[in-house]
Design a protein around this ligand. Structure first.
Ligand code: GTP
Ligand code: MG
Length: 294
């Protein structure tokens, strides 16, 4: 079944973004470092096409550092763009953000006036509100480990000259690239009620089997002969006691176990996408460092 999730509040929220952009000098687009391409919202990019952009590769503590660095180089080479990395291990502070914004303004011959406003946008659950709170050093915006926590914009003062606007996470009406859509579901962007946990876990099991097999073998005692998602899910079910009466596998429970361990980082750090070597290349996942080095 094709995956899509575009609740009504997002349509309204994107119209409000358009209004706020009229009073905004630059945009901070928050991306998921585990899947920077899948988490780039093409509609959001179109809305702010006139604005220079700071991309933040967020949740970098959950992605492979060397691959995140490659993505940062790729985005830094894009026009009118600058890229920063943020995560629980290395949090950006207000001074670093303001320095980056100043650099971006200067590189684009934009005057730096008395009052500047930066709009923080991106897909749901990527960490926009957490970023705002960390930059301000106070819990001003509500955060939560589920998508669509923020439903209205919130403007806050960073210092006398710089203001930030937190916005609701935005998806787009049609997810043309279904592989990207499943990556978004795996990383927790799409609300549980809009997607079957089993479908997402099956997809993730295949991705991990192809690119992070050693991790699965070590954590779930996956047999060396395993070559399909069903065997991976069976190994997870056995390792996490997801067995119903009569010895039947509880696929739902096993799926939840895989997704929870993946999303929380307990399974390790994962990069589901590699930066294109040239801008014209596609998003398809390439061999990971684990495989390259093994
Ligand atoms: N591991 C990790 N988790 C993070 C990071 N930043 C945020 N989170 C977690 O991600 C979840 C979502 O954070 P929010 O800040 O609410 O995300 P948001 O983008 O504002 O989400 P919406 O308002 O729903 O669009 C929370 O559980 C955060 O604790 C990070 O850098 N690393
Ligand atoms: Mg939020």
């Amino acid at each position: 079944m094709a995956l899509s999730w575009y609740p009504g509040h997002m349509h309204k929220a994107s119209k409000e973004v358009v209004k706020t952009l009229q009073r905004t000098q630059a945009v901070i687009e928050v991306l998921d470092a585990r899947s920077p391409q899948a988490s780039s919202n093409p509609h959001f990019a179109a809305l702010c096409a006139e604005h220079p952009r700071i991309r933040i590769l967020n949740k970098a503590d959950l992605a492979e550092p060397a691959i995140t660095e490659q993505w940062a180089r790729y985005f830094n080479a894009q026009p009118r763009s600058l890229c920063l990395i943020n995560g629980h291990e290395s949090q950006l502070d207000a001074a670093q953000l303001i320095l980056a914004a100043r650099k971006l303004f200067q590189a684009n011959d934009m005057p730096i006036g008395e009052r500047q406003q930066l709009l923080i946008g991106g897909i749901p659950n990527v960490g926009k509100s957490t970023l705002l709170n960390n930059l301000c050093g106070r819990k001003l915006a509500k955060t939560g480990n589920e998508p669509a926590v923020t439903q209205t914009q919130q403007r806050v003062r960073l210092d006398d000259h710089w203001h930030l606007v937190d916005t609701p996470g935005l998806m787009w009406p049609k997810l043309e690239d279904q592989i990207a859509a499943y990556r978004l579901a795996a990383t927790g962007t799409i609300r549980n009620t809009a997607v079957e946990a089993e479908d997402v876990a099956w997809f993730l099991a295949e991705e991990l089997l192809t690119h992070y097999r050693t991790r699965l073998e070590q954590r779930f005692d996956l047999p060396a002969s395993a070559n399909d998602a069903e065997t991976v899910m069976q190994a997870i079910a056995a390792a996490r006691a997801c067995i119903k009466a009569g010895g039947r596998v509880d696929w739902h429970k096993a799926s939840e176990a895989l997704l929870n361990e993946f999303r929380s980082g307990k399974l390790g750090r994962f990069s589901l996408e590699r930066a294109p070597v040239r801008t014209s290349q596609t998003s398809s996942i390439e061999p990971t460092l684990e495989n390259e080095h093994s």
